[in-house]
Design a protein. Structure first.
Length: 316
């Protein structure tokens, strides 16, 4: 999951976000001398992340400019970065739409000595020679937490399947790696199936349906996003397997994933607070603007959520 997979569950509605190519730039009416931070994000960025960025910037008296590009439209996002650097934005906060955009925008920021905060994984350590930092959810920990809870729910024994995203997605790779680490420490748990399903609910559903049709016995399914977990749940339901017989875990705590836990279709998910990510990104950008120290990787904790916790924990 990458983080974009997670954002699909909480995307902002409205005409601003419709269409295959979306671009919007907005500036708040603050004095011309005010510090300006430019935010470059995918068009479907999660509401909590967007609001966290916006609210923290307002609280700090910072002018904001938002630019949106479709997922995968790296050239468009790079062009936005070039323009905003030329227009003398004081800092860039970027949720890259693809790896090529992340690398090129980082190069541009370093070359222009413009502070850059990346949200999500991917920065190389040699980038930190400049004013670059990243706000990163602890995806390896997320995978470990999910698998440990599924193992506990299964009595420490059983047959496990893993649904991952794209083979090249570093977030999904870390989450599935965390799950496999727990499996390696648990001799009574056995990995019986694994597939990359590109973070697609449809592909996950078809994959799990295929496993079940071939008679593969499964006691737990660890998916690296709620979207894939929901696809697995749909396949299990279509096979008329009673709820709870196969325990399914996701990551992201999307609204639909949380409801699925209440309906006992999912057993567990992992919450990575997008609002916290947004607030930390703004504060790190301001520190870099002032040439003050900022952590090279500002880690955002992962939190285990089950159906027993979700109603009260997320009642807001």
């Amino acid at each position: 999951m990458n983080w974009i997979e997670w954002a699909r569950g909480r995307s902002i509605g409205g005409s601003l976000w419709r269409g295959s190519l979306v671009l919007a730039l907005a500036a708040w009416a603050l004095p011309a001398s005010a510090t300006t931070i430019a935010f470059l994000t995918p068009a479907g960025v999660a509401r909590r992340l967007h609001d966290g960025l916006d609210e923290q910037a307002r609280a700090r008296g910072v002018a904001t400019r938002f630019a949106y590009a479709p997922d995968g439209a790296g050239d468009e996002q790079i062009a936005q970065a070039r323009r905003l650097i030329a227009e003398r934005a004081d800092a860039l906060v970027v949720v890259p739409v693809d790896s090529a955009a992340r690398e090129e925008i980082t190069r541009l920021a370093l070359e222009a000595d413009v502070p850059l905060v990346l949200i999500g994984h991917g920065a190389r350590t040699d980038w930190f020679a400049g004013r670059v930092t990243q706000v990163v959810p602890s995806d390896l920990v997320a995978g470990r937490l999910q698998m440990r809870k599924l193992a506990q729910m299964s009595g420490g024994a059983g047959r496990v399947a893993i649904l991952a995203g794209s083979a090249t997605d570093p977030v999904s790779a870390l989450r599935s790696r965390g799950a496999r680490e727990v499996l390696a420490e648990s001799p009574r748990l056995r990995l019986v199936a694994e597939a990359a399903t590109d973070a697609s609910r449809t592909t996950a559903r078809a994959t799990v349906a295929g496993w079940l049709a071939r008679g593969i016995g499964i006691d737990a399914i660890a998916a690296t996003s709620d979207e894939m977990a929901l696809g697995a749940a749909e396949a299990v339901e279509a096979a008329r397997i009673p709820a709870g017989r196969i325990r399914i875990g996701g990551v992201d705590a999307t609204a639909e994933g949380m409801q699925a836990m209440q309906d006992l279709r999912l057993a567990v998910t992992i919450f990575q607070d997008a609002g916290v990510q947004g607030r930390r990104a703004v504060d790190d950008a301001l520190a870099l603007i002032r040439r003050e120290p900022a952590p090279p990787s500002d880690w955002v904790p992962s939190e285990l959520i089950t159906d027993r916790m979700s109603t009260t924990h997320f009642s807001r």
